[in-house]
Design a protein around this ligand. Structure first.
Ligand SMILES: Nc1ncnc2c1ncn2[C@@H]1O[C@H](COP(=O)(O)OP(=O)(O)O)[C@@H](O)[C@H]1O
Ligand SMILES: [Mg+2]
Length: 343
């Protein structure tokens, strides 16, 4: 056998690390400089490409990197913030750039511990039915290393939270299903995202559950917030460069007027009679997309109706319509064609 053939079949050591310029990996976060960071040299098949339209918020992304680069994760990383503030995107962005395989667990109230562990599945091998062990995403991350993203983990039931205790602490984890105990890979990073700090009873996030302090104290928390005007303008410019600037600016103005009415001008919830609906960056981006997709002969109201207004509760409807009129005036009933003609 030739040397080449031997090399071609040699298994790849996915845990091998390389030193790379921080600017090369994260041009949005680091100026060209001598700052270096470590990342996995080879891309594992379980890596997930991140959203090319995502623009990270510098401070939070750097704090999360500090956590990822530390020799030991004394705590898991908790990303807390309102819906659509980019929690999931931040985790996926960092994982992708660092070539870390990513295992997403979309947590919900009816999920049980076995969903984290895995189960036996039936398979056919040589025309014979066999039983195969299939690890769940959390167990895979624990065994192989990579990012374990416990997405929206404040939706977990009490039973599931107890099962996650060991995981977020990095302790040996007994898998009931397989009667085996797995230990945490040194390159396994556990990140949880949540709308609340586990307070439960949140009017806006009614499916969020109360979580015990012991669990919550096992996280290092980073709070994600809606982007400021400059940041959101950059996001929209990247996402919808063909929409006229005045329209992009008005979309952002509207988003912030809604956030003022929902969360207060300081976004700290200090507001009387807040509206419950939230105009997140998710909606901003979706609206810009559908304005274009609906075509030049449809009005702005038509697409706004579809991406947002239809989901507003009757209690919020009047205030919401007032805010739309205040920001857009007559333009909301104009077609994209008319708005493109506007200087
Ligand atoms: N910083 C950002 N840059 C670009 N798009 C963003 C950003 N933050 C949020 N978005 C948009 O909003 C959507 C929702 O973000 P996501 O991370 O899923 O929010 P969360 O997990 O906080 O609810 C994304 O899919 C993306 O379209
Ligand atoms: Mg999310």
């Amino acid at each position: 056998m030739s040397a080449l053939a031997i090399n071609a079949t040699a298994p790849i050591d996915y845990t091998e690390m390389e030193q790379v310029s921080a600017h090369l990996v994260f041009p949005e976060l680091f100026e060209p400089s001598t700052v270096m960071l470590k990342r996995r040299k080879h891309r594992h098949p379980d890596c997930i490409a991140s959203n090319p339209m995502y623009i990270p918020e510098s401070e939070n992304a750097k704090l999360a990197l500090v956590w990822l680069m530390a020799p030991h994760q004394l705590l898991s990383l908790g990303l807390q913030g309102h819906t659509g503030t980019g929690k999931t995107e931040l985790a996926l962005y960092l994982a992708d750039k660092l070539n870390l395989p990513t295992y997403i667990v979309k947590v919900h109230a009816r999920m049980n511990p076995q969903d984290l562990e895995g189960s036996y599945v039936l398979d056919v091998e040589n025309n014979q039915t066999v039983t195969r062990k299939e690890y769940g995403p959390a167990a895979k991350a624990y065994i192989n290393g990579g990012i374990l993203l416990l997405d929206e983990f404040d939706k977990a039931s009490g039973e599931l939270t107890s099962a996650m205790h060991l995981l977020v602490e990095g302790k040996p984890w007994p898998l009931e299903m397989f009667k085996e105990t797995i230990t945490k890979h040194p390159q396994c990073f556990v990140i949880g995202t949540a709308n609340t700090y586990g307070t439960g009873h949140d009017e806006r996030y009614i499916t969020s559950n109360q979580m015990d302090q012991a669990f919550l104290s096992r996280f290092m928390w980073i709070e994600t917030v809606y982007p400021n005007v400059i940041q959101e303008s950059k996001i929209l410019e990247k996402f919808a460069p063909r929409l006229p600037l005045h329209l992009r600016n008005d979309i952002i103005k509207l988003a912030n007027a809604f956030r003022d009415a929902a969360l207060g001008v300081n976004r700290d919830g200090d507001i009387e009679d807040p509206i419950q609906c939230i105009f997140s960056t998710r909606v901003v981006v979706a609206w810009a997309y559908y304005i274009q997709a609906f075509g030049v002969f449809r009005t702005l109201r038509k697409s706004l109706d579809s991406v947002f207004l239809k989901s507003v509760s009757p209690e919020d409807a009047e205030i919401v319509n007032d805010i739309v009129s205040k920001v857009f005036g007559d333009d909301i009933d104009k077609t994209l064609k008319d708005l493109l003609a506007k200087k």
